[in-house]
Ligand binder design. Structure first.
Ligand code: F0G
Length: 423
């Protein structure tokens, strides 16, 4: 984690370049469209000549853009400003009643559902769509369990670029399709699961038809790493220390990779000690848990699950493509991974709602996972923990109805209603 920063290669553009995480080959960032290494097909990562410290965050705000949200961290990003709505600067909710029941020193909920399109994906798209403009591509595309497509449609629309989204038919929550539809994306539904959709969109991107904005795209993860920066700054402001642990739902493992990368950069700039890096703790649904399997068995690679099922459709994923970036994040921070049942997810969703925090099922996996790890004695009671909730309740209205109470028919009469509610 505290490896010395790389020497700046000749291909760097204004101190920014791409590097393969497997073979170390470097590439110019904005000359050609590229998602993986030309030589070994490894995942690419964005690298910088200068890495900021906390003091650099918010610098240059008055001329370069907003001093809040993702672009507050422009010193850690490839551009000073992107296609913005704006995004980030999400609340870190206190949940005192849940904190007491979970039994930890501190519990906060980082609610990413409060982003413009209702999920953390907006942080990635504000950067990714800016890069698409730089590369002068014709059309944008992604495969999605729903939120990525909603965010891409939103930001593609904002940038005035044509957008295509490839979705697993019948497996995407209603709110997300409604967003992609209204924001003008062309919605292509495949009779297959998310992993099939991602295979297809990668094929279309390889043929040069579309620019891929899934989390395989290294620039998207740059925006998402700002979640980690915000959590550190918000916790420090409130507690005078950083959190011991961040618990987050895992699908393609992009977010886990992104947050880990942000922390590594802070360690490399000298802003953070290795010992201060929060333990990254991933949660998956039992029916779609290849990352948990790899962490539990101590494997360096994941094995693709062909058949996946969970009510938390956002994380119904059997082949987390960012696992080579995310697994070291879990291992090197002393984190872990845990699988939870759909019923545990629904119970956590309802529990969060009692504190006024409305999230979609996949988001509630983080709290469900924390509860399970506490029961198993794998999280200590003196920890300061942040659970990430990744998407808003309204993304999946059907799941919310099922987790909550049913409406009651009442007579059109105040006295009769009074009688009924005094039961
Ligand atoms: N939570 C929500 C609400 C999501 O939509 C996703 C991923 C995740 C968690 C998992 O994040 O992939 O970075 O590990 N949704 C993607 C999509 C796959 O298409 O919207 P990850």
């Amino acid at each position: 984690m505290d490896a010395a920063p790389d020497a700046v290669p000749a291909c760097a553009d204004d101190g920014t370049w791409l590097a393969c995480i497997e073979c170390g080959e470097t590439f110019a960032p904005f000359e050609d469209v590229r998602y993986t290494c030309d030589h070994c097909d490894g995942l690419l990562e964005v690298r910088y000549a200068d890495l900021p410290t906390f003091d650099d965050f918010g610098a240059g705000a008055s001329t370069d853009g907003p001093d809040r949200g993702v672009w507050r961290y422009r010193e850690a990003l490839p551009f000073d400003l992107g296609v913005t709505l704006p995004e980030g600067d999400t609340p870190l909710h206190r949940v005192p009643r849940i904190e007491e029941i979970v039994g930890v020193d501190g519990l906060r909920i980082k609610h990413e559902g409060m982003n413009p399109s209702g999920s953390f994906k907006d942080r990635g798209m504000t950067v990714g769509v800016r890069v698409a403009q730089e590369l002068d591509v014709d059309a944008l595309a992604c495969a999605s369990t729903g939120n990525t497509s909603a965010a891409l449609a939103t930001y593609g629309g904002r940038a005035g670029m044509p957008t295509r989204v490839i979705l697993p038919q019948g497996k995407v929550a209603a709110g997300k399709i409604a967003q992609a539809s209204l924001h003008g994306a062309r919605i292509l539904e495949v009779d297959g699961n998310f992993d099939d959709c991602l295979d297809i969109v990668q094929e279309l991107a390889a043929r040069g038809v579309v620019y891929l904005l899934n989390s395989l795209n290294p620039f998207r993860l740059e925006g998402q790493k700002t979640i980690g920066f915000e959590i550190l700054e918000q916790c420090y402001a409130d507690y005078g220390r950083f959190p011991d642990r961040i618990v987050l739902p895992v699908g393609n493992a992009g977010n886990t990779s992104a947050i880990y990368k942000g922390f590594r950069e802070l360690v490399q700039s000298g802003a953070l000690d290795v010992a201060e890096v929060p333990k990254l703790t991933g949660v998956q649904a039992e029916g779609a848990a290849p990352m948990v399997e790899a962490v539990t068995e101590g494997n360096d690679e994941i094995s693709r699950w062909e058949h996946v099922e969970t009510r938390a459709t956002a994380i119904r994923i059997g082949n987390p493509v960012n696992a080579p970036k995310a697994l070291p994040g879990v291992h090197n921070t002393g984190g872990t991974a845990v699988a939870v049942s759909d019923n545990e997810i629904t119970a956590a969703q309802a529990h969060l709602a009692t504190e006024g925090v409305g999230v979609e099922p996949a988001s509630a996996a983080s709290l469900a996972g924390l509860k399970k790890l506490r029961r198993q004695g794998r999280v200590d009671d003196d920890e300061l923990v942040v659970c990430l909730t990744t998407g808003h309740l309204l993304k999946d209205p059907e799941a919310a109805y099922k987790a909550g109470g049913d409406p009651e028919p009442v007579p059109n009469d105040a006295d009769a209603i009074l009688e009924q509610i005094s039961d």
